[in-house]
Design a protein around this ligand. Structure first.
Ligand code: UDX
Ligand code: UDX
Length: 434
């Protein structure tokens, strides 16, 4: 079996590398020549723990290769994983033009039977459109199937997640398609759930929106905690002890970001609108998430009164730890809001600095990047914690206190223990805790 992976972005590169590590012959292809050149040299274009080692290992073993030639990759493969991006359009819907373009390329190169697997997150009923497009544009009489195999990879632990799946969802509507995918994932046979394609497509959107809902729910509870003596961490702990609720994804803070949750919630709202199903519940999830930034700005104002001309250190820019990804990162919306208030900003992140420089170019002196957290907090009137990197949990707080102009920490991710920090002489604000 030869597997082609179309699109070697976050999802595609991890998929290609991990499938080859399972022992399959895999070729990745991408319209971005730089990504292919890098991959062929064993360089991962994304920061993802463990990925580069596996990339090098499988290039060396000969299981894995990368090609600039989409047409050749399609012709040479029996199975094609479609991992191109499905960006958000202005109305919230997913832009399917790359999936459509890929479907046409597959049709033009359909020399033998091929199984086309949707890996990208796509709206329910996309497989019907892929089938129709390929049927419309294919020239020969080679047969094909479409299947859905949604990814559940979390950035920062994508390789681990691929190798240790909770479930492998296979949406297939022919025995041939099902059998191929079951064989590919033989190692995880006890984790496989086979459904029809619409169901598999919806499982992905339903899962992400549910997790986003848990986060918005606990963030809403954190507002009640802020106004009373309740502690949101203990509320989450108490809730999570009920196995029907579970303890995960109940961390209150600055809300969810990333390439999936914000986009997928809005896409599902739009899918509901298109199908005549009222998903107002998810509109609230989205609204609560957006409100996190203003709620945090209010906390900063409570501490500083006026933000204008105040020197503020922002620690953490990535949308979550262990990634350099800034897509929909709360830090971006926060920095925009702080710039509106004319703050003087010093920004630091262990991995995302370079990416952030293309979002906010340095503007001396109102916005500068620093190589370490201590330079960021020097003479600051307040330090904000925006991403819960391990590095921040181990900061030398005594040193921070002597470096800052005013020892004020406003912690958007509840990284520190309030008692400990206050004992050190800091004024400390966090989310849903006193
Ligand atoms: C994206 C979405 O964010 C995610 O929700 C979806 O499940 C899969 O697609 P990601 O891998 O993170 O995931 O996107 P990105 O890193 O942008 O990768 C997409 C890749 O496809 C890019 O490398 C892009 O160059 C490539 N691509 C895009 C093609 O090779 N051909 C195309 O026609 C379009
Ligand atoms: C998510 C899904 O978890 C994964 O299954 C899917 O395939 C892609 O989308 P990812 O976006 O990489 O993965 O990160 P995740 O760890 O889920 O976190 C998403 C966002 O939620 C982050 O901004 C994180 O900070 C935030 N979050 C998460 C919270 O605010 N509170 C929590 O309790 C958990």
């Amino acid at each position: 079996m030869k597997i082609g992976v179309i699109g070697t972005g976050y999802v595609g590169l991890v998929t290609a590398v991990c499938l080859s590590d399972l022992g399959h012959a895999v070729q990745g292809t991408d319209i971005d020549a730089d990504k292919i050149d890098k991959a062929n040299q064993g360089i991962s274009h994304i920061y993802e723990p463990g990925l580069e080692e596996l990339l090098k290992k499988n290039l060396k073993s000969g299981n894995l290769s990368f090609s600039h030639d989409l047409h050749q990759t399609i012709q040479d493969s029996n199975v094609l994983f479609v991992c191109v991006n499905t960006p958000q359009r202005e109305d919230g819907s997913a832009d399917m033009c790359y999936v459509e373009g890929t479907s046409r390329s597959i049709a033009e190169n359909l020399n033998t039977y091929k199984l086309i697997v949707e890996k990208s997150t796509v709206p329910i009923q996309t497989s019907m459109w892929i089938k129709r497009t390929i049927s419309l544009y294919k020239k020969g009489d080679a047969d094909f199937d479409v299947a859905s195999n949604p990814e559940f990879l979390r950035e920062g632990s994508a390789v681990y997640d691929f190798m240790n799946p909770d479930r492998v969802i296979i949406g297939a509507e022919s025995d041939r398609a099902r059998d191929i995918l079951v064989k590919i994932y033989k190692k995880y046979s006890d984790k496989i759930l086979v459904t029809n394609i619409d169901t598999a497509e919806l499982i992905k959107h339903a899962s992400n929106s549910f997790l986003a809902m848990k986060i918005s729910y606990i963030n809403l509870m954190s507002e009640l905690c802020d106004k009373t003596d309740a502690n949101v961490e203990l509320v989450a702990k108490g809730m999570g002890l009920d196995p029907r609720i579970g303890p995960l994804f109940l961390r209150a803070g600055l809300g969810y970001g990333g390439s999936c949750f914000p986009k997928d919630v809005r896409a599902l709202i739009k899918i509901g609108e298109d199908l005549g199903v009222d998903l107002t519940l998810l509109k609230e999830v989205d609204r609560i998430n957006r409100d996190r930034i203003q709620s945090f700005i209010q906390k900063i104002k409570k501490a500083l009164w006026i933000i204008k001309d105040k020197k503020i250190a922002v620690l953490g820019l990535a949308f979550k730890p262990e990634t350099d990804d800034l897509r929909n990162a709360p830090s971006i919306y926060l920095i925009e809001a702080l710039q509106k208030e004319e703050a003087v900003l010093r920004l630091y992140d262990p991995e995302a600095l370079d990416n952030m420089k293309s979002v906010f170019p340095e503007q001396s002196p109102s916005l500068l990047y620093t190589d370490n957290p201590y330079d960021a907090v020097r003479d600051a009137n307040a330090t904000l914690i925006v991403t819960e990197w391990e590095e921040f949990k181990n900061l030398d707080l005594d040193k921070i206190k002597t470096l800052m102009a005013n020892p004020i920490i406003i912690d958007g991710r509840n990284v520190f223990d309030p008692e400990d920090v206050k004992k050190l002489g800091f004024e400390y604000y966090s989310v849903g805790r006193k």
